[in-house]
Design a protein around this ligand. Structure first.
Ligand code: HEC
Ligand code: HEC
Length: 206
């Protein structure tokens, strides 16, 4: 008798602590389609009034971190604040897992003559300026891992824009330091020319 009561008790605790995170199929489809109206039909990114980043093949943990950062206004972007703050945690998990499965060709469009110089920066860093190899965190193929984002195939103009404005947009809550602080000093050390080169290389990668 005692054993039975005990088992029932454990079972109910388990149910309470691990709710099964599911999103109704129709709601998920609607939201996914909505994301893609801006991020591109295959989430490959889109060039409109301003560049909208590629989400295809992106690391789920990075996507989740950025959506929280938009919601908590640690990362400033009025469009993505409005989009993100209505998403349930289960929807965020579902979307992040879905985007990771996509692998369309990069949009391209960067000046090809800068690619070789960008590759050298990505692989070797710039020792004279204390810039570490980008590959040491973003991976040898720029596919990222966990909190380190994939950069392969990202729009070059988006990359330029982010690296140039890093500390104006990210880490905006001094009371809540986040992963953006890892990248801040590196973004600062790069000259405009070096940013343009490394962006050209990254946007060409599949
Ligand atoms: C109205 C257009 C629009 C819609 C709809 C939209 N986004 Fe965005 N999203 C943007 C823009 C613009 C940016 C770039 C912000 C910046 O420049 O920092 C962005 C950035 C992001 C980023 C950061 C990517 C990175 O590389 O750092 C994520 C993650 C993201 N969006 C996820 C989503 C998801 C998930 C949805 C659907 C629920 C969605 N977006 C819908 C416009 C949109
Ligand atoms: C010490 C580790 C580290 C190194 C080295 C590094 N990064 Fe990063 N990088 C990060 C982290 C962590 C993030 C995610 C920041 C966040 O969560 O806001 C990031 C984000 C970025 C982003 C933003 C991506 C997006 O989708 O918005 C770009 C662009 C970037 N890094 C480019 C570079 C380049 C170019 C180099 C080499 C010159 C480099 N990184 C070297 C850790 C690193």
């Amino acid at each position: 008798m005692f054993a039975m009561v005990f088992i029932v008790f454990i079972a109910s605790v388990c149910i309470a602590e691990t709710p099964v995170a599911t999103v109704p199929k129709q709601a998920f489809e609607a939201k996914r389609t909505y994301c893609m109206t801006c991020h591109g039909v295959a989430a490959q990114g889109f060039r409109g009034v301003f560049p909208i980043p590629r989400l295809a093949g992106q690391q789920p943990q990075y996507i989740k971190n950025q959506l929280s950062a938009f919601i908590e206004r640690r990362r400033m972007n009025p469009v993505m604040f409005r989009v993100a703050h209505v998403l349930s945690p289960a929807m965020v998990d579902g979307l992040a897992a879905y985007f990771a499965t996509l692998n369309p060709k990069p949009l391209g469009g960067a000046p090809e003559n800068l690619v070789a110089a960008g590759k050298a920066i990505f692989e070797n860093g710039i020792p004279s300026q204390n810039v570490p190899p980008c590959a040491s965190c973003h991976g040898p193929q720029a596919k990222g891992s966990d909190q380190f984002p994939r950069l392969a195939g990202q729009l070059n103009d988006y990359i330029i824009n982010k690296l140039t404005n890093w500390t104006k947009e990210r880490g905006q809550d001094p009371k809540k330091p986040d992963t953006s602080a890892i990248m801040a000093p590196i973004a600062h050390l790069l000259t405009t020319e070096q940013v343009t080169e490394v962006a050209a290389y990254l946007s060409s990668l599949e």
